[in-house]
Design a protein around this ligand. Structure first.
Ligand code: SF4
Length: 285
């Protein structure tokens, strides 16, 4: 993998992601190299010739820019998400500590924190994260099977490690959420995963499927054809990935049933009305 250091002019970008006001991405690109990543198409559009996961650009001055922005007072009381276009705790973070430096800056200001990651490295920064008055920490996980994880999310932490992260965060008194996304047909065992997540004490479980608009289906199909040919047939039809498909209707029913059974706060990432498809947080009481 190639690493090219870069500098940024702006650290905070306004977002419509529910519950967050701004996003902060300390890196361009992501070493986790998830096959289904919605960012890979944007990465190409930005003019990069490398495949997604082959190039990462650490924004080496991001904490200084962030400090300047937060000093203006304009962001007081706002919630900042790390991250929307990268994983702030990818392996490179061990060396660069940009996420940590940003946390040090944020902890000095009146802002809320939201982190979504697939890495156990987040536990390194518990000392800082626990300083925030408002912090929601999320972990993405779509399987308990490490062989599946290896195929789809080559450099992310194992499912077992991610469950431990959620448990530890909860033990530290933090608010946590699990993001089952993207659910992978026949590979995401919703019943088993939901049970394990619930046992970590997680505050909220969110469910979503593959987003076809991001153009990553061909990559996913290629991987399934190579490593999991028994599922090739289902994966070969884009129409099977629409919410209206009976498979997803069944998964949604199951998700609701599990939420009720475990009395677990849970949410779909998208509205029932597929045409609107606006992200929401829908708590199932
Ligand atoms: S961890 Fe997130 S940003 Fe990184 S490759 Fe995977 S899906 Fe993309």
């Amino acid at each position: 993998m190639k690493v090219i250091e870069t500098e940024c002019k702006n650290a905070l970008v306004k977002t419509k992601i529910p519950g967050c006001d701004y996003t902060l991405n300390p890196y361009i690109g992501c070493q986790h190299a998830c096959i289904y990543c919605y960012m890979s198409a944007f990465f190409k559009k930005m003019g990069h010739k490398e495949e997604w996961g082959e190039l990462v650009k650490p924004k080496t001055n991001i904490h200084e820019v962030l400090e300047e922005q937060l000093k203006t007072g304009k962001y007081e009381g706002k919630t900042i998400l790390m991250s929307s276009a990268t994983d702030a705790y990818q392996p490179l973070e061990k060396k660069y500590e940009l996420t940590r430096k940003c946390l040090e800056v944020m902890a000095e200001h009146d802002v809320g924190l939201d982190v979504l990651t697939k890495s156990k490295l987040i536990l390194r920064d518990l000392d800082l994260i626990t300083e925030f008055k408002k912090a929601n920490i999320g972990v993405s996980i779509n399987t308990l099977n490490d062989e599946v994880r290896r195929v789809f999310e080559p450099l992310a932490s194992t499912p077992e490690q991610r469950l431990k992260v959620l448990k530890k965060l909860k033990d530290e008194g933090l608010k946590t959420y699990a993001f089952i996304a993207p659910a992978l047909p026949f590979l995401t065992n919703l019943e088993e995963l939901f049970k394990e997540l619930h046992e970590t004490g997680v505050d909220l479980i969110i469910f979503d499927k593959l987003n076809l608009k991001t153009g990553c289906l061909p990559k996913v199909q290629a991987v399934v054809n190579e490593f999991l040919p028994e599922y090739s047939d289902f994966y070969s039809h884009a129409s099977n990935f629409k919410w209206q498909n009976e498979y997803w209707q069944e998964q949604r029913r199951l998700f609701k049933k599990l939420a009720e059974e475990y009395k677990q706060a849970a949410a779909f990432a998208y509205r029932e009305n597929f045409k609107e498809a606006k992200p929401i947080i829908e708590y199932l009481k």
